[in-house]
Write a protein that binds this ligand. Structure first.
Ligand SMILES: [Zn+2]
Ligand SMILES: [Zn+2]
Length: 415
């Protein structure tokens, strides 16, 4: 036998036994986002490498270590590691700034990052998310947070913690970065390798470090004093205060986490993260924020924007499995020509059904019907002779015989 070719490390088949839950996540996304006036956008899986270098930020791990980049016809292309950059490119290229604000878009689909695979982290993974363009007011930030919560609730994830923070604007943030660097500088040699690199390139990301020895350093009183200080300027502060007012109006509980900086370079002012407490442990399920300079940085008109993304594999792992969808009917018969006609007739009338093509024994067919369908439709010799069908409710084990002519109306009633 020929050698088996296996699925690539960090990738996964989504199998028929899992697909109902994926469809459920996708249908709920369509429902919840449409309900708030969002339209889906589908951008290409690969883009010019430069889009991500400029759009995601060339100091991020994503761009430096994790991109799938390849050359074709002397162009450098990259499989999208996230979708915001692609959506922004499409927004600019299609002149969407001319539409009346807000321009509301959502997306879902596969993303690619070359990471060490671990539980819930794959190299090809899926995200669902939204972007809203054109609104400076924190009403947009509040809507994004409320929308994320509504979607998570629709998936049955109700035990949520919302954390928010303001990163300020480029001006006030610069001052904060300087203060932060000054207070951390004496400990520079004790920081982990990543933090030593981040120190010059992107000191805000120091606060993201998960290394215990770094966390201990950042917990020192003089460093905490800088981290916890209100460094943001009065305009940024007003924006943040108004966001909190809106969230209070919406009855959304949140906490302010000054350590929340998010991994991406493009955020300003609002950043937020939502954690789920479903299934015992706490898991981050949604991250987002405001990115007012990204559209301009990618060559578009100055356009404020807010967005979030969620990892669908993570959502999947937190959702309760529900019973697989069944067919409405399964035809049990040894008369293939009668069965095939009945199946066709039912399907033409929108009733989901199937039948046995292998001519198994009645008992085997009944077993299969119980697994696959809600009703068994029995077409035996007597039924065919009398133009009848016996219909068995498989959950209740009740059976009755009806006229062949009534079957569609009967099944439509129970469907
Ligand atoms: Zn500011
Ligand atoms: Zn560190």
């Amino acid at each position: 036998m020929a050698e088996i070719i296996r699925v690539q490390k960090g990738t996964k088949d989504i199998l028929p036994a899992e697909i109902d839950l994926w469809h459920f996540m996708e249908e709920k996304a369509l429902e919840v986002f449409s309900n708030a006036g969002y339209k889906e956008i589908r951008t290409p899986i690969f883009e010019a490498t430069e889009l991500f270098a400029r759009g995601v930020g060339d100091t991020t791990d994503i761009v430096n270590k994790e991109m799938y980049t390849f050359e074709k016809s002397e162009r450098s292309l990259t499989l999208r590691p996230e979708n915001t950059a692609g959506v922004v490119r499409a927004f600019i290229e299609n002149g969407m700034h001319r539409l009346s604000a807000p321009i509301k878009l959502w997306y879902k689909g596969p993303m690619f990052r070359y990471e060490r695979p671990q539980a819930g982290r794959q190299r090809q993974f899926h995200q669902v998310g939204m972007e809203m363009f054109g609104i400076k007011d924190p009403a947009a930030d509040a809507e994004a947070i409320a929308l994320a919560i509504r979607y998570l609730n629709a998936l049955g994830l109700n035990d949520l913690d919302v954390e928010i923070n303001s990163l300020g604007c480029p001006e006030c943030r610069e001052e904060f970065k300087t203060k932060l660097k000054n207070v951390i500088r004496p400990y520079l040699n004790d920081l982990c390798e990543d933090c030593q690199k981040r120190f010059e390139k992107n000191p805000l990301r120091l606060l993201d470090c998960k290394v215990e020895s770094c966390k201990e350093i950042y917990a020192k009183p003089e460093i905490q004093e800088v981290i916890q200080s209100d460094f943001i300027c009065s305009e940024c502060s007003e924006h943040f205060t108004l966001l909190k007012t809106y969230l209070n109006d919406l009855g959304i509980k949140y906490s302010v986490n000054k350590l929340l900086v998010r991994g991406l370079d493009y955020y300003n002012r609002t950043v937020f993260e939502i954690k789920s407490n479903n299934l015992g442990s706490q898991n981050a399920v949604c991250g987002g924020g405001r990115y007012d300079s990204l559209v301009r940085n990618l060559g578009g008109q100055d356009t404020p924007a807010v967005g979030f993304a969620m990892g669908m594999e993570r959502l999947y792992s937190l959702m309760q499995q529900f019973p697989q969808k069944k067919l409405t009917a399964y035809i049990v018969s040894n008369e293939t020509s009668s069965a095939i006609k009945l199946v066709s007739d039912l399907r033409n009338n929108g009733i989901s059904c199937d039948f046995d093509m292998t001519n198994k024994k009645f008992t085997k067919q009944m077993e299969k019907a119980s697994k696959l369908a809600d009703y068994a439709l029995i077409l035996g010799e007597d039924e065919i002779k009398n133009n009848q069908i016996s219909i068995k409710n498989l959950a209740e084990s009740t059976q009755k015989t009806i006229s062949r002519d009534d079957i569609i109306s009967v099944l439509k009633q129970v469907n």
